[in-house]
Design a protein around this ligand. Structure first.
Ligand code: DLL
Length: 433
């Protein structure tokens, strides 16, 4: 189902005209209201009225995660505080989160983007949507919530976890659509099998999965276990949350909601656009946002454009399922984690050496993390009680800083490999995705 045919199937040239008008408007606002952007424009010696075609966007400055961090918490806000009605956040590379502030117009944009996304997977007002993305600062829960309400479907705002209750509700309420991370969809299926619940006999027939890397193999497994069609959806906190791009029934790349989020794919080294069909770093400009609009935000996600027309009739550009990232960000149980955050936490704890190895595995479709840490010599000769205290101090610190449980294993000094050539390997990701 196409939620907004007028917008999603419009003539490409007509869309470009709308994009240019929105971009000019945004450039004016940022130049007059956000010091950070005014300085960037001045450094590059450009003015908002230098934009004559949408391709002129290449003249504008990039925005990076570091820029967001340095302007924490409100430095990039482009409208008065009283217009802000909601805030979301995600983990940054250091202690400070990445902040996104929404005006009510931004929430309308998000609802529309997510309504298109859910409709792309076949959602109508007859559906019962079981939403197991987390509600809160994470954008997954509320994003799917707003989209479902915009369509007029019935939403079950389950949030994440409490698997047994999820299964009971799924059966008792006859949920027809599932929204969660792909790994949780498989975990739910496994738990259902253990409890003798036959998911194939339930009315659940479609799902929108994203927020972490997954594969065609995982899609096959989810579709087989639930007897459903499983769709890839993409987004990030900085831009709006989920709803930036989504798969339609053709399941052949994700349509970008490009009248809201203008996409570019660049060579991460040169910053120049890559030739058609080539992989590069995805960049977005939030051309219609009000709260914290961003110019040419570098997502660090790697993909390519798929430019052959789609059988569904939408004319919006599509991007390929993501190939990976240009940085070392890990997504563990849906939470974004940087190895540098773990390192920072260790530095602050007396008794540890800054030598560590993060080992990630996936058991029963859930991510498990073990952190091996070298302990200072004096500590190792100490009684075991001291080591136990140190271990639990590290575990507690990591839990409070990262919001995920990590099992710590203390090892003797000089146990972990230090390569003589090349980079030290701090992460062993053994997940088979
Ligand atoms: O994960 C927003 C979201 C919620 C997307 C629910 C889809 C569904 P963040 O926590 O800011 O936001 O994480 C954003 O997650 O830059 C990607 O690296 C990764 N990611 C998101 N969707 C996908 C996907 C949400 N479909 C980061 N495939 C992004 C692979 C994805 N990676």
């Amino acid at each position: 189902m196409i939620f907004n045919p007028e917008r999603e199937c419009m003539d490409v040239q007509a869309r470009k005209r709308i994009q240019l008008a929105s971009l000019k408007n945004l450039a004016e606002t940022l130049y007059s209201r956000v010091l950070f952007y005014r300085q960037k424009f001045d450094e590059l010696k450009i003015k908002p009225n230098d934009l004559h075609s949408i391709e002129d966007i290449e003249k504008l400055p990039f925005t990076t995660k570091d820029d967001l961090r340095l302007n924490y918490p409100h430095g990039l806000r482009a409208c008065p505080q009283e217009r802000i009605v909601e805030v979301h956040m995600s983990t940054g590379t250091t202690g400070k989160p990445i902040v996104n502030e929404y005006s009510s117009k931004d929430l309308e944009i998000w609802s529309e983007a997510m309504a298109r996304t859910l409709a792309g997977a076949g959602c109508t007002r007859d559906d019962i949507v079981q939403n197991c993305y987390g509600y809160g600062l994470f954008t997954g829960g509320l994003g799917a919530h707003y989209g479902s309400i915009k369509i007029g479907a019935e939403i079950l705002p389950m949030s994440s976890g409490l698997t047994e209750r999820q299964l009971m509700i799924m059966r008792d309420f006859g949920s027809t659509m599932l929204t969660c991370t792909p790994s949780y969809a498989l975990y739910l299926a496994e738990q259902a099998a253990e409890k003798g619940i036959d998911l194939k006999s339930l009315p659940i027939s479609k799902g929108c999965f994203g927020a972490e890397a997954w594969s065609e193999n995982m899609r096959g497994e989810i579709e087989a276990r639930y007897n459903m069609k499983a769709y890839d959806i993409y987004g990030l906190t900085e831009i709006i949350g989920p709803g930036v791009s989504f798969e339609c029934e053709a399941q052949d790349g994700m349509h970008v909601n490009e009248d809201m989020f203008y996409p570019e794919i660049i060579n991460p080294e040169t910053g120049k656009p890559v030739p058609a069909g080539e992989k590069g770093e995805l960049v977005f400009t939030t051309i219609t946002r009000e709260g914290t609009p961003l110019l040419r935000y570098r997502t660090r996600d790697i993909t390519c454009f798929i430019d052959k027309p789609c059988s569904c009739g939408r004319t919006t550009r599509r991007i390929h399922r993501l190939f990976g990232r240009t940085d070392d960000m890990l997504i563990i149980r849906g939470v974004n984690v940087f190895p540098s955050q773990i390192e920072q936490a260790l530095i602050e704890i007396e008794g540890t050496e800054p030598q560590y190895l993060i080992i990630i595995t996936r058991e029963n479709h859930l991510d498990e993390v073990e952190l091996q840490v070298e302990v200072k010599k004096e500590f190792f000769s100490d009684e075991t009680r001291g080591l136990e205290i140190l271990k639990s101090r590290i575990e507690q610190t990591l839990k409070s800083k990262l919001q995920i449980g990590i099992k710590v294993k203390l090892v003797e000094p000089k146990t972990l490999a230090r390569p003589e050539v090349g980079k030290v390997k701090r992460v062993l990701d053994n997940r088979k995705i």
